[in-house]
Write a protein that binds this ligand. Structure first.
Ligand code: GLU
Length: 459
């Protein structure tokens, strides 16, 4: 078989949707898996709607996701130009081929592609008029996902509009021919176009590429029914970037929108995805977006990050909230982050979770306050502060021993102290593991916060 050449052919008219990212990803995975080429072709024939800003967002998004292209904008290649707006001459050459073969005619200023077959007229409900139809041969598409799909085109269609612009069908097919594309993986919404495209391939005397039509992405059932739209939460790649999701988690999650491994392994690195991806394992039915799964996958990738990488991303999230800066002690920062890494499922939530490590002015969680600040809460803090203050070796183990011996002395459980101490130190009743948290905060911070707490509450 000839070398695989796949293309991702977006029309950048707005923000990049996860469905678009999925098309790019599946093509990329297939190219990387087979040692083929991943071509990026910009379908920008609609001059009104294609914008430079949308193109930049798209390219940035692909790079952020780690989807590098072998040919296309900014990298070049042997089959360029890679913008349809720059390929006018090529379209003229191909148009001439169809003209010479007697497969075109002009009507109302537009150029039509002429189907082969017996012609007849019929009343058409949709157009509310008598229209010319063609008894053409059915087109059989051997779709890698859907199996055999048979469709019949029965009306000639426009290949050059009356304003001189070639149509989507025409340029899409010409480019797939001229760029030597072997496989077309695209959304199911294109299935009605594919029979037209196969007609065009046949007219050029070229074997069509192998097709695979991917299922639509459906809304999270919690958000409604039907196809996911650009306005739905979680629909745009830019949103994940803004919210500090890990790109490898987004790639992983997007890959699972319509594809799964046989053993349902959900957390996969890009290398694992490449190794395990198979077009035939893509499902036919709609793929449900699942926000919870997205968070879960992000958390799993966050947990797996080496601490240096984790700390890089975390630091940038903390910097945004001015919780850390160049003067922050690196060792302390790393130690604090190590504790956060086990607990927090998004960098977006990290600043509020970790603020108390870096500032004494942490927020007070009122619910936690109500729960914790009852009975002898202040007394508990008064009891624990002196022995902690005298503790010389500040380790989780030694700190625990202090709590245990005090508990024994007072005939209480250590749990009588834990929540209120946690609250005094961090303003809430949940967070990192308790004893390691005290160890990392350090004796000075702990004792000073406990003292402040006593002062504030013993008025
Ligand atoms: N520009 C088309 C789109 O954005 C490309 C379709 C195709 O992949 O053939 O949907």
């Amino acid at each position: 078989m000839s070398k695989v050449r796949v293309r991702f052919a977006p029309s950048p008219t707005g923000s990049t949707h996860i469905g678009t990212a999925r098309t790019a990803l599946y093509n990329w995975l297939y190219a990387r898996k087979t040692g083929g080429s991943f071509v990026l072709r910009i379908e920008d024939t609609d001059k009104e709607r294609n914008t430079e800003a949308a193109l930049q967002e798209l390219l940035d998004g692909l790079r952020w996701l780690g989807l590098d292209w072998d040919e296309g904008p900014e990298v070049g290649g042997d089959y360029g130009p890679y913008f349809q707006s720059q390929r006018g001459d090529i379209y003229q050459d191909y148009l001439k081929k169809l003209k010479d073969a007697g497969r075109t005619y002009e009507k109302d200023g537009a150029i039509f592609f002429k189907l082969e077959g017996e012609r007849f007229t019929e009343y058409d409900d949709y157009h509310k008029a008598e229209v010319e139809k063609v008894e053409s041969q059915p087109v059989v598409i051997e779709d890698l996902i859907r199996g055999k799909v048979t469709r019949r085109e029965e009306r000639d269609f426009v290949i050059v509009r009356s304003n001189g612009d070639p149509s989507f069908h025409f340029v899409n097919v010409v480019d797939d021919i001229a760029m030597g594309i072997t496989h077309v993986l695209r959304g199911e919404d294109h299935l009605p176009n594919t029979s037209k495209h196969v007609e065009l391939f046949n007219a050029f005397g070229i074997t069509p590429p192998i097709y695979a039509h991917m299922p639509m992405i459906l809304k999270d059932p919690k958000l409604g029914k039907g196809k996911m739209s650009k306005r739905d939460k979680g629909a745009l790649i830019e949103e994940y970037k803004q919210r500090d999701f890990l790109p490898e988690a987004v790639t992983n999650f997007v890959a699972l929108l319509g594809w799964s491994t046989k053993d349902n392994q959900e957390v996969l690195s890009i290398d694992e995805l490449t190794e395990r991806f198979e077009i035939k394992d893509i499902q036919k039915g709609g793929a449900r977006f699942d926000e919870k799964k997205m968070s879960h996958i992000n958390f799993e990738h966050m947990k797996r990050l080496p601490i240096e990488k984790y700390s890089e991303a975390a630091t940038s999230a903390l910097r945004k909230e001015s919780l850390v800066d160049d003067s922050t002690d690196q060792e302390y920062l790393q130690a604090a982050l190590r504790l956060c890494q086990e607990k927090i499922d998004s960098f977006e939530n990290l600043p509020s979770f970790a603020a108390f490590f870096f500032s004494d002015a942490f927020a007070i969680n009122e619910k936690a306050q109500k729960k914790v600040m009852k009975g002898e809460a202040v007394l508990r803090i008064q009891e624990i502060t002196p022995p902690l203050k005298s503790l010389e070796e500040w380790t989780a183990e030694k700190i625990e021993a202090i709590f245990l011996s005090l508990a024994e002395e007072k005939e209480l459980k250590p749990f009588a102290w834990f929540p209120v101490v946690r609250f005094a130190l961090s303003g809430t009743n949940s967070g990192p593991d308790f004893l390691p948290m005290l160890e990392v905060l350090g004796k000075e911070r702990v004792v000073s916060r406990l003292n402040t707490f006593i002062e504030t509450h013993s008025a």
